[in-house]
Design a protein around this ligand. Structure first.
Ligand code: PLP
Length: 434
């Protein structure tokens, strides 16, 4: 029995499933999750003392690599001045100003602690602003675990959604309409079925929680135009893509592609906390000013804008310069190209999809024509991914333990880290082909 096995058995006695967030339990790939004890740069070390090249990056936040010395120093310095005050601090305004400078359409923003809170607050704001209740979301898009956003498609496209989890009341799921991504007719259909009743469309800026599924050219513009024509808002969820898909998030990628979409509300998380809990809801000043204490939409948080977390976020964003994004992009392209070459050589059908610097690899015959939506994503060969995942893990590379996740590189993935990944790929591709 390894130390990881022992720790997992002990954790399961006291923590449901042994984990504090479900995907960490290796449920879809099987085996014992690695209990991590430290991380630095591109590497993580488990409780058995084994080192892995990390392609999870804390599910996104570790943009610069783990434990960047300047980020850690900023955290230590802030902690020495106090862990939490429950009062406004100068650094919160600095972080808000920095995000506003970089993110298109963000005039004001409020800091919260998790992406779940950010999207939950965005929905409440959209409802408060429009005086409407219904929300449109896309199949396969994840916006955290608030009740109304854990909804799954009902029987028809324009019908109300069903609970996506036990414990979500039907009446709450019924406030959500779930439609396929990249499907203009479905959007037109829900607005035609419920005119004047939809408060907002919420979309991931680029889908990245069913594997990476970018919006088709013009699709996000179409969402903004359709929402606005009916008096509804567009909420762009950049919790995952923000300051990771590119220096200005996926909004910046779209802008560079000649599609400058400005959403009414934008949510952030992950990178803006640099590994500590910071997230934000931002957007139009007239909508943000609906929040208490200036407006009637209530939202609050004991630890919102926590000074230690904000110090980590500020240091991370300040270090995330053009050079950091160049390294991130170079590393991502190198890993994706090598993975695709190895899978191709082993005869494993696959597809690589991109959203800025973000990518994922889909496995299986049915994905080779491209993956535009959740239905296609769910057709992938998850068993092949599981074999690939375990072979990589055995060779010292830690991939996301699910076929439906982006592969996260960091700006610290240097040549040495990439060589280790490349060396592991042929055997893993052969395992996937079995
Ligand atoms: N929105 C998106 C696009 C996400 O990817 C996530 C988490 O992965 C969330 C919201 C929820 O964020 P958190 O896990 O911080 O609550």
């Amino acid at each position: 029995m390894t130390r990881n096995d022992e720790l997992f058995a002990r954790a399961r006695e006291v923590i449901p499933g042994g984990v504090d967030s479900p995907v960490r339990a290796y449920g879809s790939v099987g085996g014992t999750p690695r209990f991590l004890v430290s991380a630095r740069g591109a590497y993580v070390t488990d409780a058995d003392g084994r080192e892995y090249v990390d392609l999870i990056a804390s599910w996104g936040p570790a943009l610069l690599g783990h434990a960047h010395p300047e980020v850690v120093a900023a955290v230590v310095e802030a902690a020495g001045r106090g862990l939490s005050f429950g009062a406004p601090t100068p650094a919160e305004t600095e972080l808000a100003e920095l995000i506003r400078t970089r993110a298109p359409g963000v005039e004001k923003l409020r800091l919260v602690s998790t992406g779940t809170e950010a999207t939950m607050t965005a929905i409440r704001l959209a409802r408060g602003f429009t005086g409407r209740d219904l929300v449109v979301k896309f199949s396969g898009h994840y916006h955290g675990h608030s009740d109304g956003l854990l909804a799954q498609a009902g029987s028809g496209l324009a019908t109300f959604a069903l609970p996506g989890s036990a414990g979500v009341p039907e009446a709450i799921a019924a406030q959500t309409l779930v439609v396929p991504y990249n499907d203009r007719d479905a959007i037109t259909g829900v607005f035609a079925a419920h005119p004047g009743r939809i408060a907002a469309i919420i979309t991931e800026a680029a889908g990245a929680n069913m594997g990476v599924v970018p919006p088709a050219s013009g699709f996000t513009t179409f969402l903004a135009e359709t929402a606005h024509a009916d008096g509804a808002l567009l909420i762009s969820d950049e919790v995952l893509t923000g300051f990771r898909a590119g220096p200005a998030g996926y909004a910046g990628v779209l802008h560079d592609a000649g599609e400058p979409v400005v959403a009414d509300l934008v949510t952030f998380g992950k990178v803006i906390g640099g590994g500590l809990p910071v997230a934000a809801v931002g957007g139009r000043a007239d909508v943000l000013d609906m929040l208490a204490p200036t407006g009637p939409v209530y939202q609050a948080g004991t630890l919102s804008g926590n000074p230690v977390a904000v110090a980590a976020g500020l240091a991370t964003l300040r270090l995330a310069d053009a050079d950091a994004y160049r390294r991130l992009d170079t590393a991502a392209r190198a890993v994706a190209d090598a993975a695709s070459a190895a899978l191709g050589a082993a005869g494993v059908p696959h597809a690589v999809q991109w959203a800025g610097t973000l990518f994922s690899v889909f496995f299986g015959e049915s994905v080779t024509g491209g993956v535009p939506d959740y239905e296609t994503a769910t057709g992938q060969d998850t068993a092949a991914y599981g074999r690939f995942f375990h072979a990589m893990l055995d060779a010292g590379v830690s991939l996301p333990p699910s076929a439906f996740e982006a592969w996260f590189v960091t700006a610290a993935h240097d040549d040495a880290a990439i060589e280790r990944i490349v060396a592991a790929l042929p055997a893993a591709a052969a395992a996937a082909a079995e």
